[in-house]
Ligand binder design. Sequence first.
Ligand code: UD1
Length: 332
Amino acid sequence: MKNILVTGGLGFIGSHTVVELCKNDYHVVIIDNLSNSSIDVLDKLKKITKKEIAFYEDDVCNKEALKKIFKKEKIDAVIHFAGFKAVGESVEKPLKYYRNNLDSTISLLEVMDEYACFNLIFSSSATVYGKPKSLPIKEDFPLSTTNPYGTTKLFIEHILEDLYTSNNKWNITILRYFNPIGADKSGLIGENPKDIPNNLMPYILKVVTKELPVLRIFGDDYDTVDGTGVRDYIHVSDLAYGHVLALKNKKEGLKIYNLGTGHGTSVLELVKTFEKVNNVKVNKEITKRRPGDIDACFASCDKAFKELGFKAKYDVEEMCLDAYNFIKKNTN
Ligand code: UD1
């Protein structure tokens, strides 16, 4: 496997995965419609990797565009990131999410089938575990969702299972991400949403750069170490490397892996670590719980370790340092 098509390759996780792919001598082809990313990221990727990267500004829903790419680039495997991902917006506009996330995936799978490319890695989320019955979360836990965004991830997982059942030629890896934060060590790429962020780390960054006045901590009465929500934060570069291991995996068929660290960190712990390692203050207040949030969520990483050799190498301190390094280099 040499030529890898990365859908959504200019996005946060996509771009970091492109870096790891290039480091491991894959040739990368990106399709991205720039709906939630910037073309500047392409130049930065070329700067970091010093490699040629083919880029197509197109929508994955557009089958004709996909066919042209498959014809020209001789794609061996696809890593599919492209999709809408704002939980709150998905509740307000469910059809927008179902249309885009399902349509793009079905179009992609049809074109892959037509060009006999059966190797796929799909970017799923720990959101498919809903409220877990116990911790750490294993891959065979029951699945449920609390919002349309999460449901698109779960539906796509089901589609992939049906596809594999219909034709065992398919070689599919579903990766369920926990909470990726941090940024590439170069400080050139990272996560900097244009709108008000939904997720914790981008929100902290906007408070530190004074673009937003205060971090609201959503509840301090959860059943956790200090009452604030606990999550499994993973450095985005570690997560990205997990995709390289998934490509190299000798095991065939349909495989599902958690990508996390196996370690839970509370909101307050994350904020305190951020303040300590970066020597800054984060203005914060405790507010009420955010609807749909759960107490705690962290991964069992045993399966990914056993079958892929995956083990995260960066800790939360490093994630906080790298996230702040990126934002310092990319704001005035
Ligand atoms: C969220 C999504 C999940 C998605 C994931 C993508 C929800 C309910 N879940 O997960 O579906 O896959 O992002 O990365 O939105 N927090 C604050 N203040 C903030 C923001 C967050 O206190 O301004 C807290 C949350 O209550 C939570 C923790 O920080 O305890 C992490 O939140 P977040 O970064 O949004 O991730 P998840 O909720 O785990």
